[in-house]
Design a binder for this molecule. Structure first.
Ligand SMILES: Cc1ncc(C[n+]2csc(CCOP(=O)(O)OP(=O)(O)O)c2C)c(N)n1
Length: 178
């Protein structure tokens, strides 16, 4: 799993605590000067720092291609923000994944309709997202942000097996700006 929107590091640290990589004391020291838990994920605890937005899909592409060269298979899920995808580098990576038919990648777009300084639609509107991903040769699913629905969508992507998949995670029906 790759958290491309690194500013959501607290969610990542909660997962680390849940799977036993951290204990609760570590989590309580969040952002203290000597803590390994800073506002963006950092090595050595997290292999790849992602505080600078727009890099996660490229990193996942590299991980998958390197695995293929080694003769193994690595599946990578990447969480990106709907503000983050304003970055041009995201779309270069999306084109690269379809060129190499990277069926091993699943991108989850956290389409919460908000970013740092306001509504994503007024800062730089990237809708219609489904059409855009499909134009790049991706298979796209849309779901709401309930955990069980996201898990269901991930399972559907696992069965796909041909090229890259994206899941647009909508935060409410009003957010479907198509
Ligand atoms: C390359 C880069 N540019 C700008 C920023 C500053 N920045 C931090 S969060 C953010 C908004 C991200 O919005 P979104 O991806 O929608 O995430 P959300 O606010 O929904 O968590 C920006 C622009 C950054 N971290 N990296």
């Amino acid at each position: 799993m790759l958290l491309s929107k690194g500013h959501a590091a607290t969610a990542l640290y909660a997962v680390y605590a849940g799977i036993g990589i951290l204990d609760n004391t570590d989590v309580e020291n969040f952002c203290e000067p000597e803590s390994p838990l800073q506002s963006h994920p950092e090595p050595p605890l997290t292999l790849m720092p992602t505080g600078s937005l727009g890099n996660g899909i490229s990193i996942a592409n590299g991980v998958i291609l390197a695995s293929r060269i080694r003769g193994s298979t690595t599946r990578v899920a990447v969480v990106v923000g709907d503000g983050e995808i304003n970055e041009g580098s995201v779309w270069e990576a999306i084109a690269t994944a379809s060129h190499h038919k990277l069926w091993e990648i699943i991108v989850l777009v956290d389409a919460n309709g908000r970013q740092l300084s306001g509504p994503s639609s007024s800062i730089k509107n990237m809708e219609p997202l489904v059409d855009k991903f499909e134009a790049f040769g991706w298979r796209v699913l849309e779901t709401d942000n309930r955990l069980e629905d996201i898990v269901l969508a991930l399972k559907k992507c696992e069965d796909w097996g041909y090229g890259p998949s994206a899941i647009i995670v909508r935060w409410d029906s009003a957010n479907r700006e198509r």
